[in-house]
Design a protein around this ligand. Structure first.
Ligand SMILES: Cc1cc2nc3c(=O)[nH]c(=O)nc-3n(C[C@H](O)[C@H](O)[C@H](O)COP(=O)(O)OP(=O)(O)OC[C@H]3O[C@@H](n4cnc5c(N)ncnc54)[C@H](O)[C@@H]3O)c2cc1C
Length: 608
């Protein structure tokens, strides 16, 4: 085992991690650990843009942006955080511009801006052009730009290293650490893919920036690697997860595949039509139509299909019509996504409408933080030295539904904030004692998986998980469907105990790591479904057919999900907390609530 020591360790080299690393490395010794080579992170797949009220092409201001974010999130947004994000958006874009990001330009040479769902002028009057973009490759440009800057700043990268545990001064899973007690982070344990070697990283500050968990679903826009690692690792160490029942389904995945066609397609004038050729969004959102927020558009599409107005031989998708746009305009603004339609569906978007259906896209929930990026272990106490930013975190700026282009913004604003906070904390803090033999839990779990002679195939368990999540915890949910999902997940957790990997080696053993990632997916799915069952209302991305109305009296609160020993475990006097999975039934998901921060916007009914 090798041991390393850095003031700040950042886990994840996507937009959030590298934005944090840039700030931190200017101040103190910083390492970034990433299971992927940095520029392969999912941020690089982001297409449509990053919003900021620059007012370059039409009147706009950050207060309208704040309001849109709060309303878009169905009032579950912490308004202080949304205000910070909308205000700092402008500098966040200009910072990237100064670093050299090649944004599209207006004829006058300013950063160009386009429309995106839910972004409006004057509190909902009409759609506004707020998204800054580089064709439909905005995320790619952000990632490349940040990586170059990190290299320039001598950030130390540990690539293809998987973080598998986070070390804390106290065992929070027991639920017995009193409120107010100081709890601190002391480092992380990582596994090197190339060698199978374990590495211990001692750090004063740790920033989690590990991205989302879209792979809990079968139909998803997310990359293969988005398995919720950071969320699951924190959760297994007793840190709560916030608002996990809110998952975003993006309206325009390529039908049957889930590959994303950016909302930019509608921002540039694309129209959704049903089998009758009707522009059906006129019925659901008369003012901004196809540019309504994603939860509303996705539900409307699913509803068209349910009511028999779907297109295609099985009537199971709707059509995204770009045929009225000039081919030159499509080529200039939407080159990649139209190529996806040609490559994957054999459709020519100049002349034919593209089959689309909602695809699992974004985790609104995650590790709870305050606006500095400090991780919360309950409603008020932070874990000293521990930070989270980006899709893994829940600040909460997206509430129950994120607006398009607000995530590339979130990763820049809160990546930067957490990088600064982590470095400044580290500069003034003492080293925290590491637990004895901090790696034993990880080593034991790896050995267990590697040495099981034969058993369940991991791909089968993962497939069954993704199928039940698609069938039972997707756009429409009911008590019955969610109970089914939970029963399936519990059975899959049992099967997971018997998953054996075929590759028994140490070098580049992806089989082994995918097995561990499957454990993360199972944990996250359970939290999503338990939260969804408990939330007997419909809000944003969470729609309960049996409770179709928003219920502010009972549920205008954030869900906080904790992993706690079950009664059986407690009775047996066991304390099995740690990085590995544990026997089904050893833990319960226990829910609490956290108040929503309201500053200036009273909740209203959401109409567009
Ligand atoms: C197809 C697509 C298009 C999108 N388009 C837009 C858009 O136009 N505008 C917008 O605002 N948002 C968009 N989004 C959402 C947005 O891109 C993401 O939410 C955001 O980029 C997430 O950034 P991140 O830094 O949090 O995580 P990521 O970019 O996903 O990076 C996660 C990092 O964590 C590392 N990691 C994960 N687990 C481990 C582990 N166990 N150990 C070590 N490292 C680990 C990975 O290696 C990776 O470097 C899009 C998303 C998708 C999927």
């Amino acid at each position: 085992m090798q041991t390393h020591q850095y003031d700040v360790v950042i886990v994840g080299a996507g937009g959030a991690g590298m934005r944090a690393a840039l700030e931190s490395s200017k101040r103190t010794r910083t390492a970034v650990i990433s299971k992927l080579y940095p520029t392969r992170s999912h941020t690089g797949a982001a297409q449509g843009g990053m919003c900021a009220a620059l007012a370059n092409v039409e009147e706009d201001n950050w207060e309208w942006h704040t309001f849109d974010t709060v309303k878009g999130g169905d009032y579950l947004v912490d308004q202080d955080a949304a205000e910070v994000m909308a205000k700092e958006a402008i500098d966040a874009v200009l910072d990237l511009e100064k670093m050299g990001l090649p944004f599209n330009r207006t004829p006058e040479g300013k950063i160009d801006q386009r429309r995106f769902g839910g972004h409006t002028r004057n509190h909902g009057e009409a759609a506004v052009r707020r998204s800054c973009y580089a064709a439909d490759r905005t995320g790619h440009m952000i990632l490349q730009t940040l990586y170059q800057q990190c290299v320039k700043n001598d950030v130390q990268f540990f690539n293809e290293f998987y973080v598998l545990d986070v070390l804390l001064s106290h065992d929070l899973t027991s639920g017995t650490v009193p409120d107010g007690q100081e709890v601190a982070v002391s480092g992380v344990v990582a596994y090197e893919l190339a060698t199978g070697e374990i590495h211990l990283f001692r750090a004063k500050s740790v920033v989690f920036a590990t991205g989302g968990a879209g792979k809990i679903y079968k139909t998803t826009s997310n990359a293969q690697t988005l398995t919720g690692d950071g969320m699951a690792l924190a959760f297994r160490r007793g840190i709560p997860l916030e608002d996990m029942e809110f998952f975003q389904f993006h309206p325009t995945g390529l039908a049957g595949l889930g590959i994303l066609l950016s909302e930019a397609a509608r921002g540039e004038g694309g129209i959704l039509r049903n089998s009758d050729g009707e522009r059906f969004m006129e019925r659901y959102a008369p003012t901004i139509k196809d540019l309504a927020p994603r939860d509303i558009v996705a539900r409307s599409m699913a509803n068209e299909v349910r009511e028999g107005r779907g297109a295609g031989p099985n009537k199971d998708y709707v059509l995204l019509d770009l045929t009225h746009l000039e081919p030159a305009h499509i080529d200039a603004k939407l080159p990649d996504i139209t190529e996806f339609a040609r490559t994957y569906l054999g459709i020519e978007p100049y002349t034919e409408p593209v089959p689309v259906y909602p695809t699992a896209h974004y985790a609104m929930g995650g590790i709870p933080t305050n606006i500095l990026g400090e991780v919360l272990r309950n409603n008020t106490d932070t874990v000293r030295g521990l930070y989270a930013a980006g899709e893994v975190a829940c600040v909460s700026v997206h509430g129950s539904n994120r607006l398009g282009t607000n995530s590339l913004l979130d990763i820049n604003v809160f990546g930067k904030r957490s990088g600064i906070a982590a470095a400044e904390y580290a500069l003034g803090a003492d080293w925290v004692e590491m637990p004895e033999e901090p790696e034993v839990g990880v080593v034991a779990e790896l050995e267990r998986m590697r040495t099981l002679p034969s058993g369940e195939r991991l791909a089968h368990v993962r497939q069954d998980l993704q199928n039940t999540m698609d069938a039972n915890a997707q756009v429409f949910r009911t008590e019955e469907s969610l109970r089914q999902a939970l029963a399936d997940i519990r059975a899959l957790q049992e099967r997971y105990r018997h998953v054996s990997v075929q590759d028994k080696g140490k070098v580049y053993n992806l089989d082994l790591l995918e097995a561990l990632e499957l454990g993360f997916l199972l944990d996250i799915s359970e939290v999503v479904v338990v939260g969804a069952l408990n939330r007997q209302e419909s809000r944003g991305g969470h729609f309960r057919e049996d409770f179709p109305k928003r219920d502010d009296a009972n549920y205008m609160q954030h869900t906080m999900a904790y992993r706690r020993p079950s009664a059986a475990t407690a009775a047996a006097g066991q304390s099995p907390s740690g990085p590995g999975t544990s026997a089904p039934g050893a833990f319960d998901v226990v829910l609490g609530y956290k108040p929503v921060v309201m500053t200036r916007y009273e909740p209203m009914e959401r109409k567009y």
